[in-house]
Write a protein that binds this ligand. Structure first.
Ligand SMILES: *Cc1c(COP(=O)(O)O)cnc(C)c1O
Length: 500
């Protein structure tokens, strides 16, 4: 298969039939803007036929691994199957064709959806107020931290700038802290993989702005002492932030607002029916207690007495987090998801996500190490294995991740969280069938056997993919994928190896 559409090009080949020009032809030189801005020669578009274009892009689309091809068990990142119906709904012309500066009276339907979605997210999280503006989980974190910051400043406690955070936190947490002008204080985890409450208690004080916590944490473990943790932070005058990027274990079962949290963000593009990857779009609404509501970004959707809706500014808010009102397409899909499942359905999603994760965990324990395991305790929607046993035989987790590609599967998240050596973080999600879970288990167990019997198979992987193993260092330094792949191919040929 040719690598780019330009390689299909041959001079004079024609693709589409365009209709005859039905407006006067314009001499570009005379009509279009300043001379310096005009193109001097042909743009150099490829000359290809319509079916070549179609076949090229369809072929390229299946060379890559994606959720439409198979399971994507990325822990923390929740790559679940998202119903295509929701895409269709979000693309209805009356919804997706709206300009964001249309007057309120012309967009009542969209404002109502935003308002009702906000209410639903409050119900799911157990909070009273929400903003739909943030365009990603990380931007939600920044928003939430700015709420906490505003709260302390408002109370004359500007010196409260320390955010406590466990060592298992997602990388965006410390980054958001820095952006919000706060400092990270690390809190240790205990041997159960939970927050070390004694360590936490020794670190709170008059400079504490709050605690940022993921629950279930990134080990897939529910913080069993969460109410005590919240009380310790509140007792010291701080607030408690929940990183709710992954609500897949909690929806319909437990609510951050009931656990003692004050504010939390959600990743609609993980839990609520928007696939993520390829850089977006995302949406990270933030929900909070009434005490933080005055600081939420504006404008927000408000329901008037007569039942109509308006976008209202918030005089005391932190300002806008986004030029417009939110990633509206993602909001539509989340609304469709919540409405189509209903309260019972959301609960079932969580139950099945947890069940699937525990099934994989139970079967994979046989060959892989499971750190922080506590007798009788289950995991939530995800769990973290360690590849230490395999590493001792010279095979890294990265090698096993690449070998999974040969089995036609995407790897779990690797090397995160940082507190587990050679981490493999697995999140099957509720949308995988028993058959696909079993296929994943068989592949993992088979790779574990290869590590014992023929480790070269794993350290040379992948061998069945369109692109073979790349030189990681070169790939990171030289971001030209085509050149990197070509250089690898030449190196392989020179070495007399088999280029796939
Ligand atoms: C994905 C994730 C984030 C960040 O979300 P983005 O939308 O990628 O910014 C934060 N925390 C956790 C636990 C996550 O899994």
């Amino acid at each position: 298969m040719k690598g780019t559409i330009f390689e299909h090009s041959r001079q004079g080949k024609r693709g589409p039939e365009l209709p005859a020009l039905d407006v006067p032809a314009v001499d570009p030189a005379s009509a279009l803007g300043p001379e310096a801005a005009l193109r001097k020669g042909p743009i150099g578009l490829p000359e290809v036929t319509e079916n070549e274009v179609m076949r090229h892009y369809v072929t390229v689309s299946v060379r890559n691994y994606h959720l439409e091809r198979g399971m994507y068990p990325l822990g923390s990142c929740t790559m679940k199957y998202n119903p295509k119906l929701h895409e269709t709904l979000a693309r209805l012309p009356g919804l997706c064709g709206l300009h964001p500066s249309l007057p309120d009276h012309a967009v009542q339907g969209t404002l109502e959806i935003m308002h009702r979605l906000g209410e639903a997210l409050c119900e799911i999280t157990g909070f009273e107020a929400v903003t739909l503006q943030p365009a990603a989980g990380a931007q939600g974190e920044l928003t939430g931290l700015l709420l906490i910051r505003s709260y302390h400043v408002e109370n004359g406690q500007d010196e409260r700038r320390e955010i406590l955070m466990p060592d298992s936190a997602h990388g965006t947490n410390p980054a958001s802290c820095a952006l919000a002008g706060m400092h990270v204080i690390n809190v240790g985890s205990n041997e159960r993989g939970e927050v070390d409450v004694e360590d936490l208690a020794s670190k709170v004080g008059p400079r504490t702005a709050g605690l940022m916590l993921t629950n279930p944490n990134t080990l897939g473990i529910f913080e069993s002492r969460i109410e005590e943790i919240a009380a310790v932070v509140h007792g010291a005058g701080g607030l408690v932030y929940m990183d709710g990027a992954n609500m897949n274990a909690l929806m319909g079962i437990a609510r951050p607002g009931d656990m003692g949290f004050d504010v939390c963000h959600l990743n609609l593009h993980k839990t609520f029916s928007t696939p993520h990857g390829g850089g977006g779009p995302g949406s990270g609404p933030v929900a909070c207690i009434p005490g933080l509501a005055p600081f939420l970004p504006g404008p927000c959707v408000r329901r008037r007495e007569d039942g109509s809706y308006e976008l209202a500014e918030r005089a005391t808010g932190i300002g806008r987090m986004l030029a417009w009102h939110g990633q509206i397409g993602v909001l539509y899909k989340a609304w469709a998801y919540i409405r189509s499942l209903g309260a019972e359905g959301l609960r079932e999603v969580s139950e099945n996500a947890v069940l699937n994760a525990n099934y994989l965990r139970a079967r994979l324990r046989e060959r892989f190490e499971l750190p922080y395991a506590v007798e009788g305790r289950h995991c939530m929607h995800e769990f973290v294995l360690s590849g230490d046993r395999q590493a001792a035989r010279g095979v890294k987790t990265l090698d096993m991740a690449k070998r999974l590609l040969d089995y036609g599967l995407h790897a779990p998240t690797v090397y995160f969280p940082l507190i587990v050596h050679e981490a493999l973080m697995v999140e099957p999600t509720e949308t995988e069938s028993l058959e696909s879970l079993d296929a994943f288990v068989e592949a993992m167990l088979s790779i574990a056997r290869e590590v014992d019997e023929e480790p070269g198979l794993v350290t040379d992987a992948p061998v069945n993919t369109p692109v073979l193993r790349l030189d990681e260092v070169r790939a990171a330094r030289d971001l030209d994928v085509v050149l990197t792949v070509e250089a690898e191919r030449l190196a392989r040929e020179e070495a007399g190896g088999e280029a796939g």
